[in-house]
Design a protein around this ligand. Structure first.
Ligand code: GLC
Length: 500
């Protein structure tokens, strides 16, 4: 650790002890050697040029993105895998019945019971269970055993013996398993995990069929369920959003991870030519676009902070696009900039900076809070730095942090626009326009994220970019999963492409 980071706060006393940070000081005191307003403005200029994307650059990225998507449809084993999901066409809105959904995709595990009532209506009952780091990084079989145990608890709670519960004793339910990691699917109830993303790393799982693993865990507990469909959150979001808003043609998730799904013509999916599916049919594609530009790093504008995030991640080289956009990484990017300036002796001289030096200590939620601080003094930012990092800040520094958050957040939104534009361009949706169902913490909670995506679309397409409008999606992992389970049940009962 560079000594300069502790600034004068780490000066040694004659006894050899290190001085501690003086938390009782306030920002009004002038005795700490803070950076001047001019210094901060000069620094900001440097970061502005590193993090800003011009419309021209965005158009270049979009073109490269489009080529990558097309390539992934033709051949297996591509970096952006463009995964056929075996979800055929749109729901009719008339799907009905009770379905269970298990959603494993990030911080929590969620179990839901969804009642589809037809005409695009539904009811949902759900319970969330927290996942521990141990479960995310331990043995994969144990992770699926835990999912099955949570499902068991949920079923037991909702199935009282007197038959008054949501689930009737003896009732067997179809289960949709939303597993939001890239899985190569040969059919809808199968999926071989290509790689973990979003910091997960349970061993003994990559390369294996996660649907089969989960089924084994369900069988151990003799649960009255049939795993009907393995679903990605984006595919669920696509179907659920279309269920309530038929103008929806694309779904995107901007959360811990970042990905998209859309409905493709089977005639365009060259790599499944051998499956005997009619060319006129349609199938949802899970793009797994977070992997765009992985390993090669030819198209995306990566700063040195992005490179550090990548190199120190558990999967260097992978998920290059996701690492510039998703909520898992934005806070860390900003933290690395702050630490650089601390190392250079620009920030926090005389203060103890060990808290902010800890990797991933700067939550992405702080960026949204900083950007939306309504006070002139930027009191929210004072609070974040003093409460979480025991650091004092001046107004000039706080204005700098806020501007930095804006740069990082805006870049993420504009890159997201490039991904959406690539699908829009590929499918020819620009003239007629379309709705894009969007979900995830970044989209839902980061102020201006959606506006910036829209602004980005106009930078790429000009005025016609206004035809593409994102909206908050329906709950894809719960409702979407249930609709897909229902669609699959109907399809298989009718014997339509029953082999996939
Ligand atoms: C990651 C996963 C992907 C998921 C996305 C959003 O990119 O690989 O499957 O859809 O996160 O949760």
């Amino acid at each position: 650790m560079p000594a300069s980071r502790r600034g004068s706060g780490s000066q040694n006393l004659p006894t050899g002890q290190t001085t501690l940070a003086m938390h009782t000081r306030t920002q009004d005191e002038e005795d700490l050697p803070h950076a001047t307003k001019k210094t901060m403005v000069d620094h900001l200029r440097k970061y502005e040029s590193a993090f800003t994307l011009t419309p021209q650059r965005m158009r270049m990225i979009t073109e490269a993105f489009k080529d990558t998507l097309e390539h992934g449809l033709k051949e297996y084993g591509q970096i952006v895998p463009m995964i056929p999901t075996y979800v055929f066409g749109w729901p009719t809105g008339e799907e009905k019945g009770d379905f269970l959904a298990v959603d494993l995709g990030g911080t929590n595990l969620r179990v839901c019971l969804v009642t589809l009532q037809g005409e695009g209506k539904f009811e949902i009952t759900q319970t969330k269970y927290r996942l521990t780091e141990e479960q995310k990084h331990g043995d994969g079989e144990k992770l699926f055993d835990f999912c099955a145990e949570c499902l068991q608890t949920f079923i037991n709670t909702n199935t009282p013996e007197d038959g008054t519960g949501l689930i009737k004793p003896g009732q067997e339910l179809a289960l949709g398993f939303t597993f939001s990691y890239p899985c190569a699917q040969e059919r809808i109830d199968h999926g071989q995990l290509i790689r973990w993303t979003k910091g997960f790393g349970a061993h003994n799982t990559e390369g294996r069929d996660v649907a089969a693993m989960f089924r084994t865990s369900l069988e151990k507990l003799h649960l009255p369920v049939k795993l009907t469909a393995l679903i990605n959150d984006t595919t669920g979001t696509l179907i659920a959003s279309h269920y309530v808003n038929p103008r929806t043609k694309i779904a995107v998730i901007f959360g811990t991870g970042c990905n998209a799904a859309y409905m493709e013509n089977v005639s365009e999916i060259g790599k499944i030519d051998n499956l005997g599916i009619e060319k006129s049919a349609q199938m949802a594609i899970n793009c797994e676009w977070g992997a765009f530009d992985s390993f090669q790093h030819e198209h995306l504008p990566r700063t040195k902070y992005d490179q550090i995030v990548d190199e120190t991640s558990n999967k260097p080289g992978e998920q290059a696009f996701e690492k510039l956009i998703s909520g898992r990484y934005l806070g860390e990017i900003l933290r690395l900039v702050i630490c650089e300036l601390t190392d250079e002796g620009v920030l926090f001289l005389g203060q103890n900076t060990y808290k902010i030096e800890k990797a991933y200590s700067f939550d992405t939620a702080f960026l949204s809070l900083m950007e939306s601080d309504p006070t002139e003094e930027l009191l929210m930012i004072i609070g974040i730095f003093s409460h979480f990092f025991a650091l004092e800040t001046t107004l000039a520094e706080r204005q700098f942090f806020r501007a930095l958050a804006r740069l990082v957040g805006r870049r993420a939104a504009r890159l997201s626009a490039c991904g959406i534009a690539a699908i829009v361009g590929k499918m020819g949706y620009l003239e007629e326009g379309c709705a894009v169902g969007a979900d995830g913490s970044l989209y839902n909670k980061y102020p201006k994220f959606a506006d910036r995506v829209h602004e980005g679309l106009q930078d790429i397409f000009g005025d016609k970019g206004r035809n593409i409008v994102t909206h908050h999606a329906e709950d894809g992992s719960g409702v979407g999963s249930a609709i897909i389970a229902a669609m699959t049940k109907i399809r298989k009962e009718k014997g339509i492409y029953a082999h996939v």
